[in-house]
Design a protein around this ligand. Structure first.
Ligand code: LLP
Length: 420
C-alpha cells in the first residue's frame, strides 16, 4: 500500500515533468533540481539582512545563477568556488561582500586569488591572519570563531568543540586581535557555524557565544553571521526548523549589541542544505533484483560515486518508485537498495557504521525508476569517478520546463588528464 506521508513512495513527476520523460531525455543516473523549491526556501529566510549561500552544498552554475538573481550572496571555500561564483555572475567585491572566502587555511592558490581579487576573508585559523596581513596590510577580515561547542547530524559534520579543526578557539581572540593590529588589519565581522544538520536547541546556544565574542573584539565589528547548519526534513517524522523563532533569537542578540555599541549590525545567515536539499532528486534505474538469503535487493545504476551521504554518514534519504509502464503497484515489500560499485558499502539504505537496513518500497521490476529524494545538497558536489564511473547529468526544472545544466561526463573524459 502506498503510504501517504509527506514522502510518498511512488512518484510519477518531478516539478510537473514526468519522471519517465526526464529519464528518457537525459538518461540515468541524473540529478534533477526543482527551482521553485529553492526560491521558496530563500523566501523563508528574507528576514535576515543577508542570505549567504554555502555553495559547497550544490555549486552548479545554474543554481548559483538562480541564487544571484534572488539577491543571495555566496560563501566560497576554495579558489575553485570563487571562480565558480564569478562564472555565475557574482562580482568579487561588493556591499554586502558578494563572495566571502571561508576556510581554515589559505592554500597558496587561494591566498594569491583572494589578494588579487580583493575577496573578503572569513579566517578560521590564527595563522591566516598573519598570512593575509603580510600580503594585504590594512585589510578588513571576519573571524570564524569556534565557541567551544558544536553539533551536527553526524559526528563528521560537527564543526565546534575541541575535536573540530574549524574556527578560532574562542579564548584565543585577544591573541588574534594583536596579530591583526600588527598588520593594521581590522576585524569587521564575526562568524560562528557549529555544525551541519543540527537542531534548534544547539543553534540557539550560539547567540550568547556570539555576544561574548563581539564584546571581546569591540566596536570594529559591524557584521555577525549565524553560519548555516539549518536542518531539513529527510524522514516523514522530521519537521522544518521554526525560522521565525530562530530569526527572533538572532534579532534580539543583534538589537542588544546595537544598543551596547550604538551602531547598526548586519545579520547574516549562511545555509547550504536548507536552500537546496529538498529541491533535488536523483533518478536511477533498477537494473537487477535479487534475493540474498532473506534479503531482497534492488540494484540501481546510481552508486555512492553519485551520492555519498549514506555511506559517509549513514544518511537517510527518502526514496520512491516510478513504474516505467502502467500504474504504480499498490503492493510493497522490504528491500535493500544498492548501487553498481564493486564495494559492499555501496548501499543507499544503511545506518551509520555500515549496517544495511531494509526499506518498504513498492514492488518494482527491472527498468523501473528509483528516485532518491532530498538529494539537492551534498549530492553531486561529493561525487567521484570511483570505479571509473562518469559524473551524472544535472537538470534544472523551472516553470514546468526542464533544462540540462550539466551534461553527463563522457567516459573518455574520466581519464583525459592522465598520461602514459
Ligand atoms: N558555513 C560553513 C562555514 C560550513 O562549514 C558549512 C558546511 C555551511 C555553512 C553550510 O552548512 P549547511 O547549512 O549546509 O548545514 N557533507 C555533509 C555536510 C558538510 C557541511 C560542511 N560545512 C552532509 O552531506 O551532510
Amino acid at each position: 500500500m502506498t503510504i501517504q506521508t509527506k514522502f510518498a513512495i511512488t512518484r510519477s513527476e518531478i516539478a510537473g515533468v514526468p519522471v519517465a520523460e526526464l529519464a528518457e531525455q537525459y538518461g540515468t543516473p541524473t540529478f534533477v533540481y526543482d527551482a521553485e523549491i529553492i526560491r521558496q526556501r530563500i523566501e523563508q529566510l528574507r528576514s535576515f539582512d543577508v542570505i549567504r549561500y554555502a555553495q559547497k552544498a550544490n555549486s552548479n552554475l545554474s543554481v548559483l545563477k538562480l541564487m544571484r538573481e534572488q539577491g543571495v550572496v555566496v560563501d566560497a571555500v576554495s579558489a575553485g568556488e570563487i571562480l565558480r561564483a564569478e562564472a555565475a555572475g557574482y562580482q568579487a567585491t561588493g556591499e554586502p561582500h558578494s563572495i566571502v572566502y571561508t576556510a581554515d587555511i589559505f592554500d597558496r592558490v587561494s591566498l594569491d586569488m583572494v589578494c588579487e581579487k580583493h575577496i573578503h576573508c572569513n579566517v578560521g585559523s590564527p595563522d591566516m591572519i598573519d598570512q593575509i596581513g603580510q600580503r594585504m596590510p590594512g585589510s578588513e577580515i571576519t573571524l570564524r570563531i569556534n565557541p567551544g561547542f558544536g553539533h551536527g547530524h553526524s559526528q563528521k559534520t560537527n564543526t565546534g568543540g575541541p575535536q573540530s579543526k574549524h574556527g578560532i578557539w574562542h579564548d584565543q581572540l585577544e591573541d588574534c586581535l594583536q596579530r591583526a593590529d600588527h598588520f593594521g588589519v581590522q576585524v569587521t565581522g564575526l562568524h560562528m557555524h557549529i555544525g551541519s544538520g543540527t537542531d534548534f536547541e544547539h543553534l540557539s546556544q550560539v547567540c550568547d557565544a556570539m555576544k561574548a565574542a563581539v564584546q571581546t573584539v569591540g566596536r570594529t565589528v559591524k557584521v555577525i553571521s549565524a553560519g548555516g547548519g539549518l536542518p531539513t526534513p529527510y524522514k516523514a517524522q522530521d519537521s522544518h526548523l521554526d525560522i521565525p523563532r530562530y530569526f527572533e533569537l538572532w534579532d534580539a542578540t543583534r538589537r542588544e549589541l546595537q544598543e551596547e555599541f550604538g551602531h547598526a549590525f548586519q545579520l547574516e545567515i549562511e545555509p547550504g542544505r536548507f536552500l537546496t536539499a529538498e529541491s533535488g532528486y536523483l533518478i536511477s534505474e533498477i537494473r537487477a533484483i535479487k534475493q540474498m538469503g532473506e534479503n531482497l535487493f534492488y540494484l540501481v545504476d546510481a552508486g555512492f560515486n553519485n551520492l555519498a551521504r549514506p555511506i559517509m554518514y549513514g544518511a537517510y534519504h527518502p526514496m520512491s518508485i516510478c513504474h516505467r509502464e502502467g500504474a504504480a503497484s499498490e503492493r510493497t515489500q522490504n528491500v535493500i537498495v544498492g548501487g553498481p560499485l564493486c564495494e559492499s558499502g555501496d548501499i543507499f539504505t544503511q545506518q551509520e557504521g555500515g549496517f544495511v537496513e531494509a526499506r518498504e518500497l513498492p514492488v518494482a521490476g527491472i527498468g523501473d525508476y528509483l528516485i532518491i529524494e532530498c538529494a539537492g545538497a551534498y549530492g553531486f558536489v561529493m561525487a567521484s569517478n570511483y570505479n571509473s564511473k562518469p559524473f551524472a547529468a544535472e537538470v534544472l526544472v523551472d516553470s514546468g520546463q526542464s533544462k540540462l545544466v550539466r551534461r553527463r561526463q563522457e567516459l573518455a573524459d574520466i581519464f583525459a588528464d592522465e598520461q602514459v
